[in-house]
Design a protein around this ligand. Structure first.
Ligand SMILES: Nc1ncnc2c1ncn2[C@@H]1O[C@H](COP(=O)(O)OP(=O)(O)OP(=O)(O)O)[C@@H](O)[C@H]1O
Length: 226
């Protein structure tokens, strides 16, 4: 069953008198539960595409449907409600609140969503292997541990879709592979749809499908062989 459908997406930027066309008519369908990797060269538009699918960047032309709902035709309030209820985000720089402990960071979406509580946050930290780090501040955690906290924060409300922008970009290759495998394992257990931007093709092979973004379009649509 398709969950995310993009039709004829166009997005460009004007800087001074110069105009860059980043997305040039992208069509794309993502199935419920699918693990999709968006790869391609630097500046190709991977992040722009992901943000457009995620409700964070309005396309200039074209439409994104989430579960049949025309995302950018919804009011701002409805869009926010849809994002809070059904989507989570993971970023390269973790974006943890520095003055809050690991546990408190994971409790933030649980409090906003009204679905979770301290025990949900604790059990999600346990799932990412951080049961011994509840009370640590982000500065007292390694990069890999900080990204595990961010993964727990993304998982705690049981979203239907997780969008991850270069989630291993700040980690060395060994830690990066561990974190990516953990993210795939946990989202598989929860049947969560996962959309990951990465420039690292060696990690993309762990997903269901790799889309290569190039020259404003998707130049290949490979199904993983492993
Ligand atoms: N807000 C903006 N204003 C102007 N240009 C932008 C803006 N955001 C992105 N761009 C440009 O759009 C192009 C695509 O950017 P995007 O971040 O989507 O690429 P990417 O494939 O994710 O690149 P990278 O792998 O380097 O992160 C780039 O040339 C970038 O400079």
């Amino acid at each position: 069953m398709s969950l995310i459908t993009a039709t004829d997406l166009h997005r460009g930027y004007s800087v001074g008198k110069k105009r860059i066309e980043v997305l040039r008519g992208i069509d794309l369908t993502i199935q419920k539960g699918e693990k999709i990797f968006l790869c391609g060269p630097s500046g190709a538009g991977k992040t722009t595409l992901m943000y457009t699918l995620a409700g964070l960047e309005r396309p200039e032309q074209g439409a994104v449907h989430i579960d049949g709902m025309n995302l950018y035709k919804l009011s701002k309030r409805q869009q926010a409600k849809l994002r809070n209820a059904r989507m989570s985000y993971i970023f390269q720089n973790y974006y943890l609140m520095p003055e809050l402990t690991a546990l408190e960071n994971v409790m933030i979406p649980a409090m906003i969503g009204g679905k979770g509580d301290e025990s949900a946050a604790k059990s999600t930290l346990d799932r990412v292997g951080l049961s011994h780090r509840y009370d640590h501040l982000p500065a007292e955690l390694s990069g890999g541990e900080q990204q595990r906290v961010a993964i727990a924060r993304a998982l705690v409300n049981k979203p239907e879709i997780i969008f991850a922008d270069e989630p291993t970009g700040n980690l060395d290759s060994k830690n990066g592979e561990q974190v990516m495998k953990l993210l795939l394992e946990l989202t598989s257990e929860d049947h969560t749809t996962l959309v990951v931007v990465t420039h690292d093709l060696s990690l993309a092979k762990f997903g269901d499908r790799t889309l290569i973004v190039k020259d404003g379009n998707i130049s290949s649509n490979e199904t993983a062989t492993n």
